[in-house]
Design a protein around this ligand. Structure first.
Ligand code: ARG
Length: 401
């Protein structure tokens, strides 16, 4: 008896997930493997990947274009939440995992599989995100993670694959571990494992180094409707086109790089390089528009919600009751977050230089220092008396000893 009969395997075309195919069949007695390659805008050619899975022994090889739902159902809600893990990482990898999990679970239902599988190792966050998301969507499905158990080094993995008749690329492999999708890239390992080492220019793909950026600033106006980005420079764009164009624009000015040591859920600190040009600009612009359109108390309360939300997403709890409840709160706050934000891109910085909204709560007659001022200055006196009363009483009492 094998561990499962029929398995849907998340497939990237890389060495690990390719070796998973003969490993699942030969070592774990799986009879049928359906691979699923997800298109998340990572820019891979998927037809060769689809064929490669069949050559490696898959009985069926599926390719799913998930790009649009990735942006509308995963990225846009995260932007509404201004989601930044540890105040910096915009979750570009983390957001993809629950979507891939959903596609795996749907394929398992459609093709009658009793398990799904992924190629994550036991050290990262991604295994947690897959396992927890899959069990939230279908608790009766088995989840197989061969790379978490096989204990093979890179060389052993390749040797195992070759023994099973796979033709694995002998191309000099990069020292880095890279994950990529339309929202960004994450780069770890190799020389980056020493947090003191500055990343070499070779790790970046979506963003230019400052030396190669234009010497003139460029402005971009981002339009939002109820918290959702809908236009660039006045042209309405589809969600995917908007993110793609903004990636190019911001990346060209060297905007979107992050270098940080972060805390993984599994207890390890890891040094990570990210580039996520569009996502970072969109979050900054969105937060700015909120400052114009939300009341002070909602803005302040939402900051705490955003922190919790970012942790939940990072920690694999996309499909969870608390996340659902926070989503409902966030969505309610977005009703008036409609307007335009003007961003200046220049030499690695994205600076918000203007914002406007028909729904603005900002009131010039109240804010102005000119003679148009409508604010009742006399009212301030009574307010300050009441506001400061507890402090005054405290001061008097403590002086009395
Ligand atoms: N540290 C990031 C995260 O946890 C990126 C993980 C990258 N994953 C990968 N398989 N290389 O979201």
């Amino acid at each position: 008896m094998g561990r499962a009969e029929k398995v849907v395997l998340a497939y990237s075309g890389g060495v690990d997930t390719t070796v998973c195919i003969p490993y699942l069949m030969n070592e774990w007695g799986v009879k049928e493997i359906i691979t699923l390659a997800a298109d998340l805008g990572q820019g891979d050619e998927l037809e060769p990947i689809r064929k490669k899975a069949l050559t490696a022994g898959a009985t069926q090889s599926l390719v799913a274009d998930l790009t649009e739902e990735f942006i509308t159902e995963y990225a846009f809600p995260a932007i509404a939440a201004n989601a930044l893990y540890e105040n910096r990482y915009p979750l570009s990898t983390a957001l993809a995992r629950p979507l891939i999990a959903r596609a795996l679970v749907e394929a398992a239902a459609k093709y009658g599989a009793d398990a799904v599988a992924h190629g994550c190792t036991g050290k990262g966050n991604d295994q947690v995100r897959f396992d927890v998301s899959i069990s939230a969507l279908n608790p009766s499905l088995k989840v197989l993670a061969p790379a978490r158990e096989w204990g093979m080094s890179r060389e052993e993995t390749i040797a195992f694959g070759e023994k099973c008749g796979l033709e694995l690329p002998v191309k000099k492999s990069s020292p880095y571990s890279i994950d990529r999708n339309l929202l960004g890239r994450s780069i770890e390992a190799g020389p980056l494992e020493d947090p003191w080492n500055e990343p070499l220019e070779e790790v970046f793909l979506m963003t230019k180094g400052i030396a190669d950026t234009p010497n003139e600033p460029e402005y971009v106006e981002i339009g939002f409707v109820q918290g959702i980005p809908t236009s660039l420079n006045g042209s309405d764009l589809s969600p995917v086109a908007l993110v793609t164009q903004l990636n190019d624009l911001a990346g060209r000015h060297g905007v979107g790089r992050i270098d940080m040591v972060e805390n993984r859920l599994v207890g390890i600190k890891s040094r990570e390089i990210y580039e996520a040009p569009a996502l970072l600009v969109l979050i900054a612009a969105h937060r700015d528009l909120e400052s114009l359109t939300l009341t002070a108390d909602v803005t302040h309360y939402k900051r705490g919600i955003e922190e919790t939300y970012s942790q939940l997403v990072y920690n694999g709890l996309w499909y969870s009751p608390l996340k659902n409840a926070l989503d409902a709160f966030i969505q309610k706050t977005q009703e008036r977050v409609t307007g335009t934000v003007r961003v200046k891109l220049f030499k690695g910085t994205a600076t918000i230089v203007g914002r406007k909204s028909d729904k603005a709560l900002y009131t010039e007659e109240l804010a102005t220092y000119s003679s148009d001022d409508q604010f009742d200055h006399k009212a301030a006196e009574g307010f300050i008396y009441v506001w400061g009363l507890p402090t005054r009483v405290w001061s008097e009492k403590t002086r009395q000893g």
